[in-house]
Design a protein around this ligand. Structure first.
Ligand code: MG
Length: 220
């Protein structure tokens, strides 16, 4: 399993839980015809889905429609439970650019049947994450520009100011359910513009102040 990297070196913590937030930007919820959540919508990915920058997203044979979703990823570096929102950012040690790769066809079927998203979201290579920057270098995680290109064409562009639930609210809420531990990740949701990728594509994802994330796409 690939290791998390922090400021260009192997991070001191192994990847723990990968918590992901759905429908956390209003325009993306609208493009998915999903209602705006009244509380954070959480799902999980297995750590076996993790890959690093310059690795390859593998399109699985079970899906004909895999989408990119660029997301700000939060690295938890302190243990905590029932964390107060006002203290929440003290538990965040780093930020990175991530991709919540999604087998949209499988997710749509699962949604229609009221079934979980684990398969649609959890294939190997479906959780790319870039090098983490220290949280201390990010003045305000709610003021970051976020974008994604596929083969040089801009597909997603947004700002973390448009999150429905802020990073602090997400850390607090997640910790009311799951004990947070060093090495846990939170994928904080994607802005509008998600779409399919195909064999041979190069995805480049960027967030202000964070190392760029580049992955290519292969169908094997
Ligand atoms: Mg997502």
């Amino acid at each position: 399993m690939p290791k998390l990297t922090f400021e260009g070196r192997v991070a001191p913590h192994r990847c723990g839980k990968i918590l992901c937030i759905g429908s956390n930007y209003a325009l993306h919820a609208a493009e998915m015809s999903s209602p705006l959540p009244v509380e954070p919508l959480i799902f999980l990915k297995p750590s076996s889905a993790l890959i690093s920058c310059n690795e390859t997203v593998v399109l699985p044979p079970q899906s004909q429609e895999v989408h990119h979703e660029v997301e700000l990823v939060v690295l938890i570096v302190r243990s905590g439970k029932n964390i107060d929102r006002r203290d929440a950012l003290d538990f965040v040690g780093g930020y990175a650019v991530g991709l919540d790769m999604t087998a949209r066809d499988l997710q749509t079927k699962a949604k229609a049947k009221g079934k979980p998203w684990s398969v649609a979201k959890g294939f190997d290579t479906f959780a790319p994450v870039g090098d983490f920057a220290a949280a201390s270098t990010i003045e305000d995680p709610q003021k970051l520009e976020i974008s994604l290109t596929v083969d040089g064409t801009v597909r997603q562009r947004g700002s973390t100011k448009d999150m429905v639930f802020s990073v602090a609210e997400l850390v607090s809420f997640c910790s009311s359910i799951f004990s947070l531990e060093p090495g846990d990740l939170i994928y904080t949701g994607t802005p509008a513009g998600v779409g399919p990728v195909t064999d041979g594509d190069l995805i480049v994802a960027s967030i202000t102040g964070l190392p760029e994330l580049r992955v290519d796409v292969r169908r094997i």
